[in-house]
Design a protein around this ligand. Structure first.
Ligand code: BT5
Length: 248
């Protein structure tokens, strides 16, 4: 069970807000960030009724079945490309620490178990007059969502399909610790190396849907700031900054 009392035990002195239900934890965290939330503050909820993914997509999580959180940070502008990487690596390590195998990253920042999505990540930055005020790092992890009969029956997975009876408050505390560690070292080569090592599609045939069209080819490499380099059917290298990747 998630509750204020339980989270006070696991998160100890960390500033947090727990909401039984909310539209999106990212929105609450963004307001708190603008209101002076300390770096490392966390907003979490038992239910999110307007959870979102990238490009305004919907994030599906029935009440009580997921870990949904938003983590507040104030990175340097130059470190912005690494915020999502830090989230992905922190989740990857938290899940691996549960003893699970088959955990990997789908470019750019999905976490998968055996090719099925277990976690999505949504960093959102806020600016004023060209100055970066901060970032809210939104993370949704499927803990015990039953996907049978949903649109995600074949593409999503929950942690408890592999490890039974997880304690979300404990999981959140473990993850928060990894987030603290990696967001303190956003520009470290080690973060990039861990992210790259976690990526499952390098060297494989892929197709990537971007806002300007679809690119098919072989995922050859990732650049230091996270762009994907794809060799297309004509042998030409294409650089992709954002998109949705699938095995080709
Ligand atoms: C993401 O977007 O994967 C980012 C999801 C971030 C959710 C967290 S929860 C806390 C915080 N507050 C928010 O409002 N959001 C963040 P994207 O890569 O665009 O993937 C979205 C797509 O994943 C959807 O269009 C579905 O196809 C699929 N999807 C939706 N819910 C899913 C789930 N629970 N598990 C696996 N796939 C899902």
């Amino acid at each position: 069970m998630l509750s204020v009392e339980r989270l006070e035990q696991t998160l100890e002195a960390r500033p947090f807000q727990y909401l039984e239900t909310t539209a999106s934890t990212n929105d609450v965290a963004m307001r708190w960030l603008l209101d002076g939330a300390p770096v490392g503050s966390i907003v979490t909820a038992n239910e999110q009724v307007q959870g979102r993914g990238r490009l305004g997509r919907t994030w599906y999580a029935p009440p009580g079945t997921a870990l949904m959180l938003s983590y507040v940070l104030r990175p340097a502008v130059d470190d912005l490309p690494y915020v999502g990487m830090a989230g992905a690596v922190a989740v990857l390590e938290t899940i691996q620490a549960l003893g699970m195998s088959g955990v990997g990253l789908k470019w750019p920042n999905d976490v998968q178990i055996d090719g099925r999505k277990v976690c999505g990540i949504l960093p959102e930055a806020t600016w004023q007059d060209g100055t970066l005020l901060g970032v809210v790092l939104g993370i949704g992890i499927n803990v015990r969502i039953d996907f049978a009969g949903t649109a995600f029956a074949h593409t999503a997975i929950s942690l408890e399909q592999r490890v039974p009876s997880l304690d979300r408050a404990e999981l959140l505390a473990q993850l928060a610790e990894r987030l603290d560690a990696w967001t303190a070292r956003l520009s470290a080569d080690e973060l990039f190396e861990r992210w790259r090592a976690g990526l499952v599609m390098l060297g494989r045939p892929v197709s990537i849907t971007t806002v300007t069209g679809t690119i098919t080819g072989t995922a050859e490499a990732v650049e230091r700031q996270g762009a994907l380099v794809v060799r297309d059917a004509h042998g030409v290298l294409q650089r992709v900054i954002a998109g949705d990747i699938a095995l080709g």
